[in-house]
Structures are given as C-alpha cells and as structure tokens.
Design a protein around this ligand. Structure first.
Ligand SMILES: Nc1nc2c(ncn2[C@@H]2O[C@H](COP(=O)(O)OP(=O)(O)OP(=O)(O)O)[C@@H](O)[C@H]2O)c(=O)[nH]1
Ligand SMILES: [Mg+2]
Length: 330
C-alpha cells in the first residue's frame, strides 16, 4: 500500500565536524638558520546540509538514518599547509521540509526550492596555524588555535506538503476517489470512513502539459480542531496549500451545513486557512437527476463557487480542473 510509505516526520541525531587544529611549526631549511613560523590552518569541519529535491515526496528515505555525522577537518601542517576541510553531508529532502530542534522546537531551516542548499549544522572553523600569530615582538609564536568544535543536535525534519490544491471533506466524501481519477495516484478507496489515514499526493495533468499537485488528506469531522477523529495532525498539511477544494457528497443531508462545519473546523485550527481561495464541489452527483440538482442549487452556500462532479461517471471534472487552474494562477 503506497500510503504507508508516507513518512512526513523523522528524527535524526546530527553532528557536524570539528574544525582541524592549526599547526605549530617553524621553517627548517638548510640555508635559513632561524626560519619563521609556518604552521598552517586547520580545515573546516564538515557541514550538514539539506538540499531541496523535487523528485522526493516524502522523508521515507531518511527513516533509518538515525545518526548523521560529518567529517572533522584535518589539522594544519608545516610549510603553511592548510588541513583539508571535512566532507559535507548532504541530505536530500522534498520541498516543504522544515527542520526543528527537538529540544527547543525552534525552526532551524526550511527548504522550499529545487536545488536549494541550507546548512542545518555548520562544521567548526579550522584553527589558525602559528604563522598567523607572528608579530614584531613575537617572532616565534609557539601557539596555534585549536579547531572550533562541531555542533550536535537532535533534529526533527517535518514535511509540509506543498500541494497546489488540498481536498477538504468529511470521511467518505469521495476525496480519494477524485484523486485517483484525476491523477496517477492509487489511494485506497472504500465505503467506510477514515479509509485514508495519511495524505496522498497526486500530480494532475492539465492542458498543454501543465500540471498541478493535489493532496488528499484524511477526512475531517466536527471537533477535529479539538482532536476528534484523526485530529489536527493532518490539518497542518493544508496550511500551505494554495487553494482548498471542499468536497461534500450529493447525498449529504444538508450540503450547506456540512460545508459550514468544515469551514468552522478550519477556522478553529488556523484562521489563515480561510484566506485561501476555495471551491466547493458536490461529489457523487451521478446520484442526482437534473431536478434534484436544480433543487440543491437553490440552497448552496454563498460566497463560494460550486460545481457538481462525479468521479465515477467522470462528469464535471474538466470544469473542475479549469476552475482550480484559474484560481491557482489567479
Ligand atoms: N456514486 C458515487 N460514489 C462515489 C463517487 N466517488 C466516491 N464514491 C464512493 O464513496 C465511497 C468513499 O470514497 P473515498 O474516495 O474512499 O472517500 P474519502 O473521502 O477518501 O474517504 P476517507 O478517506 O474515509 O476520508 C466509496 O465507496 C466510493 O466508491 C462518485 O463520484 N459517485
Ligand atoms: Mg480517502
């Protein structure tokens, strides 16, 4: 089952490299009796770097990397020779990865672009060799700096999905079914609530080789903001989605009311969610005839564009995609 591979949270114990010590050394050459100091600098310790990669959708590949340790820098040596820098460690992550310190909860870095490289933990600076400490009065410094220590931190990497459109609806509304017909994603579908336990992402092909990303998140129920059902954990996945697509099934007792309950839960969770553009789709409308559609139209919520769709008979889907596309690019 693809969805069990959705890993959006990993803890990694990170350690960046120590800087190499600077060297204490003096020039020794046959015809230079009192050679001056020539101890080179130590190399920098390896950094731990996060790098954005659009080919990745989850943090699954980091699941078993419990410890990451970067190399120490090498010590400097005579003849002003600097030590080599410790090798950096690159951790490729999907866009939308946020790294926090487990201890303080503080956000350390965030990766949002392809190829973006951000230093999660910098390696220690290399120490200066004794050639740097020569002064007019001190011609033979027998002192060099030690390298700076690397850093250690228990880091938590979390993925915030960067979907263009997030599906919002009660369990069983047909969210996963919609994703499965408009994208190549194969989410589990069933006629019982909470089939979807973790988010699924799909790339929806649009006209002229364009595409957008749709996120199917687990159903939201009344009280979700207080932790009912699957609770808040997955609501955070739609924080960044640029638009929200509400799905209310055609056989709901009161479409307007269901829509309003969903809105209220989102508002309680994070009022900023309501600033996003939204669309309402009445799903499973293959169960309606023209007459019923007309009836429902009389009592739809105000202030939101509403479409009637059916994933099963594939009706209204092109209009839906057009609408989504125009809002994403609004
Ligand atoms: N008639 C009809 N049934 C549909 C349609 N779309 C989905 N269903 C059915 O509705 C049920 C629920 O579909 P899902 O896609 O699993 O619903 P969901 O919103 O993902 O549900 P959760 O994952 O539990 O939140 C399934 O039995 C689907 O076959 C549709 O367009 N027409
Ligand atoms: Mg589902």
């Amino acid at each position: 089952m693809a969805s069990s591979n959705f890993i959006d949270h990993v803890r990694i114990y990170c350690r960046s490299g120590n800087g190499g010590p600077g060297a204490v050394s003096f020039r020794r050459e046959k015809h230079v009796p009192k050679g001056g100091p020539d101890g080179g600098n130590g190399g920098r310790g390896g950094n731990i770097i996060l790098r954005g990669n659009t080919q990745l959708w989850t943090l699954l590949h980091l699941r078993y990397r419990k410890h990451v340790t970067a190399e120490n820098g090498e010590g400097g040596s005579g003849q002003r020779s600097s030590g080599a820098d410790g090798k950096d460690i690159y951790l490729d992550v999907p866009l939308g990865t946020v790294a926090r310190s487990e201890e303080t909860g503080e956000v350390l870095v965030e990766v949002t672009e392809e190829g973006q490289e951000v230093i999660l933990l910098p390696g220690g600076r290399g120490g200066l060799g004794n050639e740097n400490f020569k002064t007019a009065t001190k011609q033979t410094p027998r002192y060099a700096q030690p390298g700076e220590e690397g850093q250690e931190k228990l880091c938590v990497l979390e993925l915030k999905l960067l979907a263009d459109v997030g599906l919002v609806g009660f369990p069983n509304a047909g969210k996963s079914t919609l994703l499965s017909v408009v994208s190549a994603a194969k989410p589990e579908i069933a006629d019982y609530p909470f089939t979807t336990l973790v988010p699924n992402l799909g790339v929806v092909a649009y006209r002229d080789h364009k595409s957008f990303v749709m996120a199917d998140i687990p159903g939201i129920i009344e009280g979700a903001a207080e932790g009912k059902g699957l609770g808040l954990r997955f609501l955070r996945h739609i924080e960044r989605n640029s638009i929200l697509l509400f799905l209310v099934p055609a056989d709901a007792d009161d479409i307007k009311k269901e829509y309003e309950i969903l809105l209220a839960e989102l508002r309680k969770f994070n009022p900023e969610l309501l600033d996003k553009n939204r669309i309402l789709a009445v799903s499973k409308s293959d169960m309606l005839d023209e007459e019923l559609i007309e009836e429902i139209k009389q009592d739809l919520p105000e202030g939101v564009d509403t479409l009637f769709i059916s994933s099963v008979v594939q009706s209204g889907l092109q209009e839906l995609k057009d609408k989504i596309w125009s809002l994403i690019n609004a």
